[in-house]
Design a binder for this molecule. Structure first.
Ligand code: PGA
Ligand code: ZN
Length: 439
């Protein structure tokens, strides 16, 4: 048993220049763990709430109240606890908060503390964080398959296009290193195409190219062209993954595509997305319908669940009970794991466990507001058989996560890359059989 000696929070700043919470958890030996809270922009209504001060200063985003909770009640409750007992640490915070959305202590205060305890426990045991995660979760580590954004959109790009993330996955690569190389070629090929068309206009929140497109389809066409320009055949080694983030433009079964000035019912939205699945090499789609559209999500899964990965993000908010409900209703076949959506490490691991126990996919994910914290690279690797979504292939708050995986690759070995293997029994076997774009 190694006792937590102190818990200390400080204010730091995220990739959007907003204040956020950093926590140091220190042990008697002087060994410590440190973590930072990320922040979402397209948030689910049922996810843990970040405690912000409100008012006019710092756009209401200050975190003094959350820090007071870390340095006051949280520190008092955690001092003297065993750093190796993540469950008891998280349980103490949950009991103290007691609210469904964690707005008493603050999701930001809780997640930074919970992750800092995880880091401190790994440091105490003298092992890398990914190894410690595997020990806690009882999993076999392997490097994850990344989803990497080429164009940003939706709430991350002033709603320039409706769809939030146009991403690639490279399940045909032989190693994590090779994924990085191919992604770099595709990313810059996309930039070159935008430049040729006179459409290059900087980047969106997560570092993907700013989406200067006249339609959502034009973004998809350009992505296919970029994959080809990079010397790859779309649908073979490189495939497309989308985050529709439909809760941002859909409510009560009605969807409003601002770019095309078009409003449609849930059924028409499903047809539209189905057309895209038929026309482009898309193997994974996140939040295809809004978080309140249960019937639509069930119907979408009934129609396409055997050929694409259907990820619930805002729809499931890293909540084990919602994943169980989704499994019973056959809505989605994968869950996004965002630790700050759940609020604690223990709850996130439970959600992962529930998902994988029924053969669902599980994708560890960053937020659009990020920091130099690399915990999720270790989480995705330690959990094994997983996927990792971090944003684009520029900007250090993103690259730091990919680069950390390359460092882990040095200790785990290049062959630890998940590749197509554990995915074979879920979506990749069906989707990855080389489906080609219609064009
Ligand atoms: P957010 O979005 O971090 O802005 O909430 C990321 C996502 O929808 O996956
Ligand atoms: Zn999402």
């Amino acid at each position: 048993m190694t006792i937590i000696e102190s818990v200390r929070g400080r204010r730091v700043w995220d990739s959007r220049g907003n204040p956020t919470v950093e926590v140091d958890v220190t042990l008697a030996s002087g060994v410590y763990g440190r973590a930072m809270a990320p922040a979402g922009a397209s948030r689910g209504t049922r996810e843990a709430i970040d405690l912000r001060d409100g008012g006019s200063a710092l756009r209401g985003m200050n975190v003094r109240r959350a820090l007071a909770n870390v340095n006051g009640p949280i520190a008092a409750a955690l001092q003297g606890r065993d750093v190796q007992d993540q469950q008891s640490v998280d349980g103490a915070m949950l009991a103290m908060d007691g609210s469904p959305l964690k707005d008493k202590l603050g999701g930001n205060a809780m997640v930074a503390t919970s992750l800092a305890v995880l880091h401190a426990a790994a440091a105490d045991a003298g092992i890398p964080l990914w190894r410690h995660v595997a020990d806690v979760a009882g999993t076999t580590p392997s490097l994850p398959l990344p989803e990497i954004q080429i164009f940003g959109g939706g709430a991350h790009a002033g709603r320039r296009v409706d769809i939030q993330d146009f991403m690639i996955m490279v399940p045909g690569a032989g190693s994590f290193d090779e994924v990085m190389e191919i992604t770099s070629e595709v990313y810059f090929a996309a930039g070159a195409i935008m430049k040729e068309k006179g459409r290059l206009a900087g980047v969106a929140d997560e570092g993907g190219w700013w989406p200067m497109f006249d339609s959502n389809e034009e973004a998809l066409e350009t992505l296919v062209a970029a994959i080809e320009k990079a010397g790859e055949k779309p649908g073979e080694r490189v495939v497309i993954s989308l985050d529709i983030a439909a809760s941002e433009f859909g409510k009560e079964g009605r969807y409003r595509l601002a770019l095309e000035d078009r409003e449609m019912q849930s059924g028409a939205m499903i047809d539209l997305l189905g057309n895209w699945l038929d026309s482009y090499p898309i193997v994974s789609i996140e939040d295809p319908l809004a978080e309140d559209d249960i019937e639509g999500t069930i119907e979408f899964t009934r129609r396409y669940g055997d050929r694409v990965q259907i990820i619930g993000d805002d729809y499931l908010v890293t909540n084990a009970a919602l994943v169980r409900a989704g499994q019973e209703q056959c809505a989605c076949n994968a869950v996004l794991i965002k630790v700050n959506q759940a609020g604690t490490v223990s709850e996130s691991l439970e959600t992962f466990r529930v998902a994988r126990a029924s053969g669902w996919g599980a994708i560890v994910s960053a937020r659009s507001g990020e920091t130099e914290d690399v915990s999720i690279s270790h989480l995705a690797t330690g959990l094994g058989g997983g996927q990792l979504k971090v944003g684009s292939f520029t900007r250090s708050e993103r690259m730091v996560k990919w680069n950390e995986c390359l460092r882990i690759q040095d200790s785990l070995g290049v062959h630890s890359f998940v590749g197509g293997e554990p995915l074979a029994d879920t979506w990749w076997a069906a989707a990855g059989a080389g489906r080609m774009p219609a064009t």
